[in-house]
Design a protein around this ligand. Structure first.
Ligand code: SF4
Ligand code: SF4
Length: 231
């Protein structure tokens, strides 16, 4: 019977963290000290590192840690050992069963893939709203203002956060007033205009790539030089 040291099993290392991290992490707490959510629901990013080092991958994936984290990367930037903490936490998000991902985020991803924006706003409603808001802008002292949609050759392509047309439409006017004053040559698109990529936040790389690919396609097809992601 072996009397040697017990080595953590690598078989269930879903997160791919090698046990050597135990030697790399100094448990100095610099990461947790600068983290804006330390203490919320017991979050201490050092614990997440320890869990990964000890092979408690599934426990970390099932915990609230990765979801309480804002992925701001302050911890990672402060870590003297260069440990990729946000990569670890985002990977834990991506490995969670999709049905158990916090609902609004996952539903937004699914809706976006199916209907082109996170809140499923139909194209006709969207275009009607843009026309209506443009008319208000004209009446408010911006003569000749209109929202250029699918304008080929425009300098700047502008994506939109679906919460604005859905619930805060006047917020779009802040940007539009700047474009008007600057005489910017801009456009947005009639479909797949969503600028908020919840695949990024849910750890769903494939969906994230699909959404990024749509924007790149718009840029190429409309031959725009600049992209504005106002989120
Ligand atoms: S800052 Fe880096 S080395 Fe220090 S406890 Fe956090 S992960 Fe470990
Ligand atoms: S990335 Fe997450 S764990 Fe790191 S400082 Fe930001 S909120 Fe805290």
């Amino acid at each position: 019977m072996s009397t040697g040291p017990i080595k953590p099993s690598r078989e269930h290392r879903l997160l791919g963290v090698a046990p050597d991290w135990a030697d790399t992490c100094l448990t100095c707490g610099t990461c947790a000290g600068g983290c804006p959510v330390t203490g919320v629901d017991g979050l201490d990013v050092r614990k997440a590192v320890r869990m990964a080092v000890l092979g408690l991958d599934q426990e970390l994936i099932d915990s609230r840690f990765p979801w309480v984290c804002t992925l701001c990367a302050r911890c990672e930037n402060a870590c003297p050992m260069g440990i990729k903490l946000t990569k670890l936490l985002r990977k834990a998000r991506g490995l969670r069963e999709r049905a158990k991902v916090p609902d609004p985020i996952h539903r937004g991803v699914v809706m976006n893939l199916e209907r082109g924006n996170n809140l499923g706003i139909p194209k006709d409603d969207f275009l009607f709203l843009l026309g209506d808001l443009a008319k208000e802008m004209e009446d408010d002292g911006f003569p000749g203002f209109y929202v250029p949609v699918d304008k080929k050759g425009a300098n700047m392509l502008v994506t939109i956060n679906s919460k604005e047309p859905f619930g805060e439409p006047d917020d779009m006017k802040f940007w539009w007033k700047i474009f008007y004053a600057a005489k910017e040559d801009w456009t947005t698109t009639s479909t797949e205009w969503e600028g908020v990529n919840w695949g990024l936040f849910s750890g769903d790389d494939e969906s994230m790539k699909t959404q990024v690919g749509r924007i790149v396609k718009h840029l190429e097809e409309l031959e725009c030089k600049t992209l504005l992601l106002p989120e």
